[in-house]
Ligand binder design. Structure first.
Ligand code: ZN
Length: 189
C-alpha cells in the first residue's frame, strides 16, 4: 500500500474517461493494488472521495470515506466504500447547492447537485451493491463519478463563487456551514 501523488488540474488523465474494470479482474493483484493505494492516499489527504484517475489510473474505481473529516467537518459520515464501475441514477429533480472542494485543484465553488440518487457498484470482492443515497452523500458520489468521466468541479461550479480555501474560510465558511447543517438535519430525518 502506497500513498500516491494526487494529480492536479491540467494533467490530461483527469480529463480522460476512465474505462470499466473487467469484473473477472477485480481480484487481480493490479486492481487490488490500485484500491489499496486509493485508500492510503485518500486517508493521507483527508479526502472525502478519490477517483482512480486522480492517481493516474484510468480505471473506473472510486473510494469514499468520511469520518470526522477536518477538511469537511459538516459532512455526514460515510463508511469506507470501494466502488468499482459505479453507476448513478438520478431519482427526481430535487437539487441542492453544495460548496465543494477537490484534492486535484486549489479552489472551492458552489455546485448544484441532485439530492436523491441511486448508486450501483461492485465492491472489491466483486459483490454488487445497490443503494439509495441522499443529500451531501449523494453529492460526493456525483463528484467522484464526474471524475471518472473527466469532469471536474470547476466545470459545474458557478464561476462567481470560486474561492481559495483561505478566502472561503475567511468570507464564506460560516454562512455555508449554517445553511448546509440545516440541510443535513432535514435530509437525514
Ligand atoms: Zn475531486
Amino acid at each position: 500500500m502506497t500513498v500516491r501523488e494526487i494529480l492536479s488540474i491540467g494533467h490530461p488523465v483527469l480529463r480522460s474517461r476512465a474505462v470499466d474494470v473487467d469484473l473477472g479482474e477485480i481480484a487481480s493483484e493490479r486492481v487490488q493494488g490500485v484500491i489499496d493505494d486509493l485508500i492510503d492516499t485518500i486517508r493521507n489527504a483527508n479526502g472525502a472521495g478519490l477517483a482512480a484517475n486522480q492517481i493516474g489510473e484510468t480505471c473506473r474505481i472510486v473510494v469514499l470515506e468520511v469520518n470526522n473529516n477536518p477538511r469537511y467537518p459538516y459532512k455526514p459520515p460515510i463508511p469506507l466504500t470501494v466502488a468499482v464501475n459505479p453507476e448513478l441514477q438520478v431519482l427526481d429533480d430535487e437539487t441542492v447547492v453544495i460548496n465543494e472542494g477537490c484534492l486535484s485543484l486549489p479552489l472551492r465553488g458552489d455546485v448544484e447537485r441532485f439530492v436523491n440518487v441511486r448508486v450501483r457498484y461492485f465492491d472489491r470482492h466483486g459483490i454488487e451493491h445497490r443503494e439509495t443515497v441522499r443529500g451531501l452523500i449523494a453529492g460526493t458520489w456525483q463528484h467522484e463519478c464526474d471524475h471518472l468521466d473527466g469532469v471536474l468541479v470547476v466545470d459545474r461550479a458557478d464561476p462567481t463563487t470560486l474561492s481559495t480555501w483561505d478566502e472561503f474560510e475567511r468570507h464564506h465558511r460560516d454562512a455555508f456551514i449554517e445553511r448546509i447543517t440545516r440541510f443535513v438535519a432535514e435530509t437525514s430525518s
